[in-house]
Design a protein around this ligand. Structure first.
Ligand code: GDP
Ligand code: ZN
Length: 320
C-alpha cells in the first residue's frame, strides 16, 4: 500500500472545518482532524487552534490529517456559545497581545481596556496598548491620550501612538511597531472600528490582506468564534487575527483574587485589614484609601468594581 511520511507544521488558519498547516519546508496544506481526536482533558468543539504545532499525515488528495498536537506554552479558550459544556480554543502559543484603542472615533472605554488587561494577566500574556488615529485627535484629545498613556505606562503596560493610515515617513507610522512584532506571535485585538484591518494592511503590504468580507461574515455568522488566522509578518513572526473576538474569554477567578489581575491595586490590597476584603466598603481598606489619595486611578478602581459586579451577578462568562 501507499504511505506518506508525517510532517510537522504550524496551524496558521482555522475556518471551522479546515485547518491550514504551514510545514517546516514552507508548504501550506489544508488539514482535517482525524476521527474523534481528543486533546488531553479538554472537551472542545475545535481542539486545534492557530498557533498550534501539529504533526500531519498528507494523503493522495494533497490534503492531510492532523494526528498529533504538541504541548502548548499557553492558549486562550472560550465557552462555545451554543454548547454550554464545551469550550473553544481560539489561539495557542501567544507571545504577546497588541490592544488597539482609540480615545475617539470611536472611543474605547477604560473599562474595556482594563477588562482586557485583566484577562491578559490571567493568561500571563504581555500587552502593548496601541493608540491609533493620532491624526484625528484635537489638542485636548491628545492631552487626554497622553494622560491615559502615562497611567498605563506607570502600571507597566507599554504604550505606542500611531496612525494606521499615515504616510510611511510620518512620526506616528506603524513602522515603529515592527521591531516590537518581529519574530513574535502577537494577538491583535480591539473594538470594531479602531483600525485593526488598516493596521494589518499597513504591516502586510504584500501578504493576503484581511478582507471586509471575512470579518463581516464572521462577525454576524454562526462561526463567529471559529474563524481565526495567523498572518506572517515580513520580518518574521505572526499576527493573530480573530475577527469578532475582542477579549480573552473566560477565566475563573474567586472574588478575593480579582485584584491580582489589576497590578497596582494588588499591591495595596495586601495592606487591607481583612484578608477577604472586597475593597468596596470594608473598614481599614488600603485600596479605597489609595484611590482617595490618587495612588490608584479612579478609572481603574471603577473597572475593578464593574468586574466584581459581574462576578456577583454571575455574568462573568459573558463579560468579555
Ligand atoms: P477595524 O474594525 O478595527 O478593523 O477598523 P478598520 O481598519 O476597518 O478602520 C475603521 C475606519 O477607521 C476605516 O475607515 C479606516 O480607514 C479608519 N482608520 C483606521 N486607522 C486610521 C487612522 O490612523 N487615522 C484615520 N484618520 N483613520 C483611520
Ligand atoms: Zn480592601
Amino acid at each position: 500500500s501507499f504511505t506518506f511520511k508525517t510532517v510537522r507544521g504550524l496551524v496558521i488558519k482555522n475556518t471551522g472545518s479546515w485547518y491550514t498547516v504551514k510545514t517546516e519546508d514552507g508548504q501550506t496544506i489544508d488539514s482535517k482532524i482525524k476521527g474523534n481526536f481528543r486533546l488531553r482533558g479538554i472537551r472542545s468543539t475545535n481542539p486545534v487552534a492557530v498557533g498550534d504545532y501539529v504533526v500531519i499525515t498528507p494523503n493522495r488528495e494533497g490534503t492531510a490529517f492532523i494526528t498529533e498536537i504538541e504541548d502548548r506554552r499557553n492558549y486562550i479558550i472560550r465557552k462555545s456559545p451554543n454548547l454550554s459544556k464545551q469550550s473553544h480554543i481560539i489561539a495557542a502559543n501567544i507571545d504577546q497581545a497588541f490592544l488597539v484603542v482609540t480615545v475617539n472615533y470611536p472611543e474605547t472605554s477604560t473599562v474595556f481596556v482594563d477588562r482586557f488587561l485583566a484577562g491578559a494577566e490571567a493568561y500571563r500574556i504581555p500587552v502593548t496598548l496601541v493608540f491609533n488615529k493620532h491624526d484625528l485627535l484635537s489638542g485636548d484629545e491628545l492631552r487626554y491620550q497622553h494622560a491615559v498613556m502615562n497611567l498605563y505606562e506607570t502600571i507597566g503596560y507599554p504604550c505606542v501612538e500611531v496612525q494606521a493610515s499615515a504616510a510611511p515617513a510620518d512620526a506616528f507610522s506603524v513602522e515603529k511597531l515592527k521591531p516590537l512584532l518581529n519574530g513574535r506571535v502577537t494577538l491583535l485585538s480591539g473594538n470594531s472600528g479602531v483600525g485593526k484591518s488598516t493596521l494589518i494592511n499597513a504591516l502586510l503590504p504584500h501578504a493576503n490582506l484581511r478582507t471586509a468580507d471575512i470579518s463581516d461574515a464572521h462577525n454576524t455568522g454562526m462561526h463567529t468564534t471559529t474563524f481565526s488566522e495567523m498572518l506572517e509578518l515580513p520580518g518574521g513572526g505572526y499576527l493573530i487575527d480573530t475577527p469578532g473576538i475582542k477579549g480573552f474569554g473566560t477565566f475563573d477567578v474567586e472574588r478575593e483574587e480579582l485584584t491580582s489581575y489589576f497590578r497596582e491595586i494588588f499591591k495595596f490590597s495586601k495592606d487591607c485589614r481583612f484578608s477577604n476584603c472586597t475593597h468596596t466598603h470594608e473598614p481599614g481598606c488600603a485600596v479605597r484609601k489609595a484611590v482617595e489619595e490618587h495612588y490608584i486611578a479612579e478609572s481603574r478602581y471603577n473597572s475593578y468594581l464593574s468586574m466584581l459586579e459581574d462576578k456577583d451577578e454571575n455574568k462573568y462568562r459573558e463579560a468579555f
